[in-house]
Design a protein around this ligand. Sequence first.
Ligand SMILES: C[S@@+](CC[C@H](N)C(=O)[O-])C[C@H]1O[C@@H](n2cnc3c(N)ncnc32)[C@H](O)[C@@H]1O
Length: 240
Amino acid sequence: MNFVNCYEDFNRANAYATLEFANTYYLAYRDLPAILTEHVSGTRALDFGCGTGRSTRFLRKLGFNVTGVDISEDMLRIARAADPSGDYRLVLGDNLNEFAVGAFDLVLSAFTFDNIPGAMKVRVFCDLRQLLAPNGAIVSVVSSPEIYAHEWASFTTKDFPENAAARSGDVVRIVVTDHQDRRPVEDIVCTDESYREVCREAGLEMIQMFKPLAKGNEPYPWVNETRIAPWVIYVLKRTT
Ligand SMILES: C[S@@+](CC[C@H](N)C(=O)[O-])C[C@H]1O[C@@H](n2cnc3c(N)ncnc32)[C@H](O)[C@@H]1O
């Protein structure tokens, strides 16, 4: 598949950097503190696909000692400027060899796997598993397949009706309405069944899965968020 990472783009990076934790994104982050408290012991964290650093700064505020990595220098440049004392590194061609085996208690990937083609997912999860300490956890926040076929406080997909027929592994399009860049983002849809298969092949056990819904009393203009989960959060541990 000829898939281009749309985050290797100066204008997209600048727009993305303005996103914080409002609207639909609130639901991606709301439950993470409780999930991390329950499943992670230790403070050594890798933020895989840190982007402009939103997820890295989130972990740092929770007390983690975080290294953020990304393949996009455009995104990293902004992350470093926003957080000069943070540790943000460019990884080339998904090469994570600079990190020691077992180096991290937590690997967080927030939305990163939405942009990793199906065939690469197993290999990348295998590499991340190697970096986990024996009782370490991968917490992976991904877009649910439903996000691409509905309207949301932070996103629109109405111009892409073909998304509804997309199968796991297909490219889908979505526009972020929370920032200025209205060019569609191209993601790769991945069903829960496919993620479970990827985890099995990568030697990871799915410990828990969350599909966060809005309660309705939050200060955000929910569209479908009270009844359809836009995100899925997986907690994964090593089977070996
Ligand atoms: C949607 S952004 C999420 C950024 C950040 N985690 C957040 O929550 O704001 C996804 C990021 O993953 C990065 N990415 C995609 N594939 C990657 C890979 N194979 N290795 C590292 N980063 C990757 C992209 O460059 C992009 O910056």
